[in-house]
Write a protein that binds this ligand. Structure first.
Ligand code: PGA
Length: 252
């Protein structure tokens, strides 16, 4: 059985004081959870603070992006996967649609980032998802396949055994428009079947998170779908009560 995973993606939000307050509440509010892993991906400058606040708790943490380059060097503004190890990160989000669309990351760049993360022993959370135009043009599956296959081609399917996938329809991110549980399940089963064509064990064990306007009041119906193994939570991860309630909704 796949255990549920709930990951908060803070994006470019935070501040020393508000982080402390939020993380203290989240630690307290999720203490009694059973069978759910909770993770927060905070901005780089706060990873040290995140480590010191969460170090002795049940909550793990990670980063939202990483350089595709492994070796240190002249890459102004970039952060390597190896640096993230210094802050005891466990997870790194790669290929978020905001990175793909606003920062021009193509699927090969995302695959290289995925590789950089795994090379240092961290777990990539690979985001895939279609835009509204792509959905309306009926090419959702083609887009998901292209984004997933770029990683399989570079790394081989075995690499997926030590990764997490996140299906995040772009039209549902930060818009308040959630995919229906059936729409999300349809995309998740498509992704799982695509991996299954290569390796059935890896497909069966692969965690596929749903992301896009998940809230306390829609999390349960999403998380009860058979191929949805938890959530990647943006806006609601900044509100302690919302995030805590979403983590509880993931409890089996
Ligand atoms: P949202 O963001 O929950 O605010 O829609 C999800 C994400 O971008 O990971």
């Amino acid at each position: 059985m796949r255990l549920k995973l709930v990951v908060g993606n803070w994006k470019m939000h935070g501040g020393i004081e508000q982080n402390q307050c939020l993380l203290d509440l989240v630690v307290e509010g999720t203490r009694a959870l059973k069978g759910v892993s909770c993770v927060v991906c905070t901005p780089y400058p706060y990873l040290s603070q995140t480590q010191s606040l969460l170090g002795n708790t049940h909550i793990l943490w990670g980063a939202q992006n990483v350089s595709q380059y492994d070796k240190e060097g002249a890459y102004t503004g970039e952060v390597s996967a190896k640096m993230l190890i210094d802050f005891l990160c466990h997870y790194v989000i790669v290929g978020h649609s905001e990175r793909r669309i606003m920062y021009g990351e193509d699927s090969l760049t995302v695959a290289l980032k995925f590789r950089a993360v795994q090379r240092v022993g961290l777990i990539p959370i690979l985001c895939v998802g279609e835009t509204l135009e792509q959905r309306e043009a009926g090419i959702t599956e083609q887009i998901l396949a292209e984004q997933l296959d770029a990683v399989i081609e570079l790394m081989g399917v075995d690499a997926l055994a030590k990764s997490v996938l996140a299906y995040e329809p772009v039209w549902a991110i930060g818009t308040g428009k959630t995919a229906t549980p059936q729409q999300a399940q349809g995309a998740h089963i498509f992704i799982r079947n695509r991996v299954l064509a290569h390796n059935d064990k890896i497909a069966a064990e692969l965690k596929i998170l749903y992301g896009g306007s998940v809230k306390a009041n829609n999390a349960t119906e999403l998380f009860t779908m058979p191929d949805i193994d938890g959530g990647l939570i943006g806006g609601s991860s900044l509100i302690a009560n919302e995030f805590i309630a979403i983590c509880h909704a993931a409890q089996n």
